[in-house]
Design a protein around this ligand. Sequence first.
Ligand SMILES: CCCCCCCC/C=C\CCCCCCCC(=O)SCCNC(=O)CCNC(=O)[C@H](O)C(C)(C)COP(=O)(O)OP(=O)(O)OC[C@H]1O[C@@H](n2cnc3c(N)ncnc32)[C@H](O)[C@@H]1OP(=O)(O)O
Length: 164
Amino acid sequence: MQALLAMWAEKFTVYPDGAELPTHHDHCLGCGPNNPHGHHLRALRHGDGVQAWHTFDNRHVGAPGIVHGGAVATVVDDLYGCLLFLEGGPAVTRQLTIEYLAPVLIGAEYRLQADVVRREGRKLFVAARATEPAGRAVITSTAVFVKVSVEHFAQGSPPGVPAD
Ligand SMILES: CCCCCCCC/C=C\CCCCCCCC(=O)SCCNC(=O)CCNC(=O)[C@H](O)C(C)(C)COP(=O)(O)OP(=O)(O)OC[C@H]1O[C@@H](n2cnc3c(N)ncnc32)[C@H](O)[C@@H]1OP(=O)(O)O
């Protein structure tokens, strides 16, 4: 586990504008490429924030044809988690709010954007939105993240990884 944590710590480095950001880990529900239930989110640095283009599929359906609100929250939360790669250290979600302004549709592509609004001690106040190609926002979000040490993540051991 310590080796995995050390590898993860290396992901906090400098990323040029437009660069694709790393995943949190292979099985992350938001961005992990090897999670069959996951969203496989790919985030890019965009100025001081992050952006992504994302299409939900039928694994994430709520009402027919419409994305489950929890699935939308998952992706937004994970996008904030990608923003942390630009902050230089890990943090975890303390509060997450989503304004569901219009249905998010299965099979439609949305642009997501997340930015840091302000920093206060160990807290990061962040905001995000998802927009249709025509520019209408379908969701807006705010969240409070609290900075933690990498050791925070040693509380949970992934299957097959010794706790050491
Ligand atoms: C395969 C191997 C892998 C190896 C490596 C893997 C590495 C990791 C991989 C990936 C990570 C990234 C993944 C990103 C994914 C998206 C992000 C998530 O889903 S994160 C998970 C969900 N979140 C939690 O699980 C947090 C649970 N909460 C906690 O653990 C504690 O609350 C903690 C440690 C964060 C803080 O605990 P306290 O007891 O020290 O403090 P308190 O009371 O909670 O408050 C903290 C501050 O927040 C303010 N606060 C609380 N609510 C607020 C609100 N609504 N508005 C403003 N401030 C608020 C409080 O006033 C306080 O502020 P004041 O520091 O004192 O100034």
